[in-house]
Design a protein. Structure first.
Length: 205
């Protein structure tokens, strides 16, 4: 089951959605954007980015327990972990490289506190790896930098999933925008992403 909500700050009900307003005293005494930095379960909304809709469509059709939340701006794993109150390694970040020979965007989903070992990643990909530009990432995955999700890509993308993420019961990943994340069991996330489990992070010093 997936929960999705709008980010409206209106006191009036949004179309096709229901809300319970905070007490008037709370509204009058807090700044107008008091809610922005707190992650919230999301309700269904008619105003949603195409990127988030694609991610939600995958999760809606999944035979897995998932949840989407709206956060404050979370462009990094550290930002997301702070907003969610979880360990940074519970953030499954998508690192995108460019295949030097194929020209493909290649996605390595790794724990937030880890770094991809370029040699190990290149061995898995079977080609040299370089930096993927923002244009390449958007054109091949459908996502902008800061919101790249492991699921909901616009085309077939080769992906690898950091095996160390399996140590957690729940992990979180971007849901298509820098303001949305979703959670799932790591094995379910890897399956939904159609990613290969692999070891490709740098060894601890």
């Amino acid at each position: 089951m997936v929960f999705v909500a709008n980010g409206s700050n209106s006191l009036w009900p949004a179309p096709l959605s229901f809300r319970v307003c905070a007490p008037l005293a709370t509204i009058l005494t807090k700044p107008h954007n008091w809610w922005l930095n707190s992650p919230r379960p999301l309700r269904y909304t008619t105003r949603m980015s195409k990127s988030l809709k694609r991610v939600r469509a995958v999760l809606d059709s999944a035979d897995a327990a998932t949840e989407v939340r709206e956060t404050g701006l979370a462009r990094t794993a550290a930002d997301a972990a702070a907003a969610l109150g979880c360990h940074v390694d519970q953030i499954a970040k998508s690192i995108v490289f460019l295949g030097a020979q194929s020209g493909d965007a290649l996605v390595f989903v790794t724990a937030g506190g880890q770094q991809v070992d370029l040699a190990k990643a290149a061995a898995l990909a079977g080609e040299d790896l370089g930096k993927a530009s923002a244009d390449v990432i958007r054109a091949q995955t459908g996502f902008a930098i800061g919101g790249v999700s492991p699921v909901g890509h616009i085309g077939p993308t080769r992906k690898w999933f950091d095996r160390s993420l399996l140590a957690f019961d729940i992990v979180w990943a971007a849901a298509g925008t820098p303001h949305h994340v979703f959670r799932a069991a790591p094995a379910d996330m890897a399956r939904l992403a159609q990613a290969e489990l692999a070891d490709f992070v740098r060894a601890a010093p």
